[in-house]
Design a protein around this ligand. Sequence first.
Ligand SMILES: [Zn+2]
Length: 121
Amino acid sequence: MPFKKIAKFFSGPAPHISRDEAMKVFQRDHFKCQYCGLDGLHNFSNWLVLTIDHVHPHAKGGGRHMENLVTCCQPCNVVKGHRVFASREAAKKFVLEKREEWHRAFQDQVKSHGSAHAAQR
Ligand SMILES: [Zn+2]
């Protein structure tokens, strides 16, 4: 994979963060998703899904300064989307509640597809 693609991979959907900036945020946050706590250093699969989230969305005018940037796994980033929250805590609460909701939907799916798949969760 060419370096530019890797850099883009690291910086996630927001286009203006350099790899160096992303690394600074990852290191400050100890490579952990600031919403669900996923540990990006636990294994390679976790590491691959780390992105940078703009707490106040980039698309809504959020800045790219360190205070507005947090380490975020791709699933949490997708859940959070471009919503605007009063604080990082409010964003975290929303993301965790949404994940819990999706988890219940997931469990329903597993149930309705029988025990063969249930063993894989
Ligand atoms: Zn997460």
